[in-house]
Design a protein around this ligand. Structure first.
Ligand code: SAH
Ligand code: SF4
Ligand code: F3S
Length: 466
């Protein structure tokens, strides 16, 4: 049993990274059993669930969407904000009930909540019906722990992982668009954020392994690859002296994937070389998610974001000059401890200046174990909610304005599948990552086609096949 440990996660001992081949074959011990898997949180978790699915299928299981039919329930959890945590705890109540009806049911907690020291203690004390807890740094332990589970509650969380798993196999959800991890963990330690503790030390995969995976995806007909990392553009800094994220982007673009994307970029690691590479290759999509978090230098300093408002604006300016087509989106937190009305006004000013294509906005949420959780926070929730509403109104106005500029234009759209809301429509994304709905024609799924934009809203576009 190995428990999560924040001190260990924080210490970041610089021992050498071990590149571990995790491709082990297992017998179909769970043949005819069913698993129910629910995923919370970011794209990284969504992709981790593709790895989890692969292990379960390898053990002989098949997927069910019906909770009470499951022999194994897996929750791939997120710890980023209080409401993410609450959703999981709420759903666990239902799982506990199902276990009362089926004593053999196995309940497994994975994801970032599995790496929170206090949360795991709570699971041990109050949620004894949970059978297995596995941290996000050792997902590959899943088959082993499932086979060992008869021994009682099993907990395995490698907080400060010095391992990079290689040769990971995935059961990918899409045949069109694929995620590729380029690095794990985060060393930025923004003061509000739990991720550096749950995901551990920043560590890059070797470029050869990434290129091999991308080549294989292209050979299998994938149209799009999205490179993943909490700080995707810090890639290579821990591993190479002369190879970085810009080099990797260029090498993957040259392999000839029709569309290449990446998330999430940290402004501090966004180099001029990256801008040049994105501008140079037509298959690197002109879409950049660039979280600013706040427009106030005072707050940015307290957040430990490592850039000023001026530096951020200068970066956006450079991107717009060299990649005029680029869509830029962002993340913003309101109500960080000590945020004054003036600080908030500066955030509004920056939004007015950048006119983002979109923004994910959040009210600050206290995360136990992070430095910001200890700061005095005397702004009432009501005031924070008012700030969020003001911000959202502005953000949505700019999204819509930017979308309206596409009206009447022909844009390239990668058609992903049938729209969930309306099965007479297909949905896809523009090069600038805007959602487009178009009349249904099965022949176009998985293809990049020119679509004429006929209507524009804040969050989507309507298109017409011509
Ligand atoms: N690695 C990415 C983002 C990871 S989390 C980056 O650095 O930009 C996604 C977003 O959640 C963050 O950008 C931030 O806006 C928000 N977030 C993180 N911790 C939060 C907290 N404690 N309260 C509110 N929002 C938070
Ligand atoms: Fe969290 Fe900051 Fe790391 Fe992003 S860069 S994951 S916000 S600590
Ligand atoms: Fe959530 Fe962990 Fe992602 S906290 S946002 S699942 S890295």
């Amino acid at each position: 049993m190995k428990l999560p440990n924040y001190e260990e996660a924080k210490s970041r001992t610089k021992v050498d990274i071990v590149y571990k081949d995790v491709n082990i074959k297992y017998e179909e011990v769970f043949k005819n059993k069913k698993y129910f898997l629910r995923t919370y949180g970011c794209q990284m978790n969504v992709h981790d669930s593709e790895e989890i699915s692969n292990y379960l299928i390898m053990l002989g299981m098949s997927k069910t969407e019906v909770l009470k039919d499951a022999d194994v329930i897996l929750l791939n959890t997120c710890a980023i904000r209080e409401n993410a945590h609450d959703k999981v705890i709420g759903f666990l109540g239902r799982c506990k009930h199902v276990k009362k009806l089926n004593k053999d049911l196995i309940i497994i907690i994975m994801g970032c909540m599995a790496a929170q020291e206090d949360v795991v203690k709570e699971f041990q004390d109050k949620h004894k019906y949970i059978d297995i807890i596995i941290g996000p740094n050792n997902i590959y332990d899943l088959p082993k722990l499932l086979l060992e589970r008869q021994k009682g509650q099993n907990i395995e969380v490698h907080s400060n992982s010095d391992i990079v798993p290689e040769n990971v196999k995935y059961h990918r959800d899409s045949k069109i668009s694929a995620w590729v991890n380029v690095m794990y963990g985060c060393d930025k330690f923004c003061t509000y954020c739990i991720v550096p503790y749950t995901r551990g030390r920043e560590r890059s995969r070797k470029k050869e392994a990434i290129l091999k995976e991308c080549k294989c995806l292209i050979e299998n007909g994938y149209q799009e690859i999205t490179l993943l990392g909490q700080n995707v553009n810090a890639y290579g800094n821990d591993l190479y002296s002369d190879y970085n994220f810009a080099s990797l982007l260029e090498d993957i673009a040259k392999l000839g994937i029709p569309r290449l994307r990446f998330v999430t970029s940290h402004p501090w690691n966004f180099t001029d070389k990256m801008i040049d590479v994105i501008a140079k290759y037509d298959n690197i999509m002109p879409y950049i998610h660039l979280p600013i978090q706040s427009g106030s230098n005072n707050i940015l300093r307290k957040m430990n974001r490592r850039y000023t408002k001026e530096e951020y604006l200068n970066l956006v300016d450079k991107i717009r000059k060299k990649i005029p087509k680029a869509a830029i989106t962002t993340d913003i937190i309101v109500g960080f401890p000590g945020e004054t009305k003036e600080d908030f006004k500066e955030t509004i000013d920056v939004v007015n200046c950048c006119k983002f294509d979109g923004a994910y906005t959040f009210i600050f949420s206290k995360r136990k174990g992070t430095p910001a959780a200890l700061l005095k926070d005397d702004t009432p929730l009501e005031e924070k909610e008012k700030r969020l509403a003001t911000l959202n109104e502005l953000v949505n106005r700019y999204s819509k304005e930017n979308n309206k500029r596409l009206l009447g234009k022909m844009v390239p759209v990668l058609i992903m599948g049938v729209s969930e809301k309306d099965n007479t429509k297909m949905y896809g994304y523009t090069d600038t990552f805007k959602l487009v709905n178009v009349a249904f024609d099965k022949a176009f799924i998985g293809k990049i086609i020119a679509v004429k934009i006929i209507d524009a809203k804040s969050f989507s576009l309507d298109g017409k096949l011509t």
